[in-house]
Write a protein of this length. Structure first.
Length: 335
């Protein structure tokens, strides 16, 4: 088996785009293809091969490029990580916008803005690539409508009783103020952040508050966003976060869909309105800028339409090889 990929990072978070070697992924819609990939051993072994050591690692992230739902999008994607297939991925959408323009899949001029329209499991999103003299300045993705599900949910954790919020930004996220559990969002607290993030995810994953109202395939807590306030800038609020997603994976970027979920919460709290900018830093000090560009109604909730800006950079092109007699098989992970 030979698999080809083009790899990027967005804010330090890897994103591996598979360009060849994947069996056909059947289905009429993105969500149907996601279900097919989840249960088809031929497809899913490619995900495992690329995420597991020695070809990947426990925090690897990537996607399969597939046909869109209709001609209104340039292409579709299935996002994946070591534990399966996610419903949304903001850092990946930013990387895909840069990849599509850089490779000529979507034609773009040397100057100006180009929209790359992508069908993802949570809906249709747009990556707007802004270029000057043939070089990308930034990529802004407009996400699906995002909203608050519930606030001030009381839960008992190994670090004590805390209050958390649940919001949706293409996936369900729980938000926790790091100060409530005596932590800082930094490398020194890395293992503790993973532990509490993982714990909270599984405490609420099957709870009614984490169930998507209109499509059960979008249900369950995708990640725990642990954040700290850094004051204000001239244009709005400034925060740092780390998102612990899947089963203990750590997002090195500020998390794009998680930023959307945070935007919805900050708006509900009266801390972020249209015209403001959320300066959102990550555990490795990379940065996204988030803003509200409109309002909507979604799944019975009052929602906002968020945009998140960042940058993606290529890290390499690869041909991965797997031989059936490989003594470690499709590989291994330790978390």
């Amino acid at each position: 088996m030979k698999i080809t990929t083009e790899d990027f990072h967005t804010g330090g978070e890897p994103f591996r785009i598979v360009t060849g070697g994947v069996p056909e992924i059947l289905g009429n819609t993105i969500l149907e293809r996601r279900e097919y990939a989840t249960h088809n051993l031929g497809v899913d072994r490619v995900r495992q091969l690329l995420c597991h050591e020695p070809r990947g690692h426990a925090d690897m992230y990537g996607c399969f490029v597939i046909p869109p739902n209709d001609e209104g999008a340039d292409f579709g994607v299935l996002f994946w990580h070591k534990d399966g297939y996610s419903t949304a991925c903001g850092h990946g959408t930013i990387a895909l916008g840069e990849w599509a323009v850089r490779t000529g899949r979507v034609q773009a001029g040397a100057d100006g803005e180009t929209d790359v329209t992508i069908d993802v499991p949570s809906g249709r999103v747009t990556a707007r690539v802004r270029r000057v003299a043939g070089k990308t300045v930034d990529v802004t993705f407009r996400n699906v409508s995002s909203y608050v599900v519930a606030q001030n949910i009381e839960i008992e954790t190994s670090l004590g009783r805390v209050f958390v919020d649940v919001s949706y930004g293409g996936a369900m996220y729980v938000s926790l103020d790091a100060a409530l559990v005596g932590l800082k969002v930094d490398a020194d607290h890395y293992s503790q952040l993973i532990a509490i993030g993982r714990e909270i995810k599984w405490l609420l994953n099957d709870a009614p508050v984490a169930q998507h109202k209109s499509d059960p395939r979008l249900s369950g807590v995708y990640g725990t966003i642990i954040y700290e306030d850094l004051g204000k800038t001239a244009t709005g609020i400034h925060q740092r976060n780390v998102t612990i997603f899947a089963d203990g994976e750590v997002d090195r970027s500020p998390c794009g869909s998680g930023t959307s979920a945070r935007i919805a919460l900050l708006n509900a709290e009266g801390k972020l309105v249209e015209g403001d900018v959320l300066t959102h830093d990550s555990i490795v000090n990379s940065r996204f800028l988030g803003r509200i560009v409109g309002t909507a109604s979604a799944d019975g909730y009052d929602a906002v339409i968020p945009e998140v800006s960042g940058n993606a950079y290529p890290t390499g092109e690869h041909t991965f090889i797997f031989e059936e007699d490989d003594e470690v098989g499709l590989g291994f992970v330790f978390r």
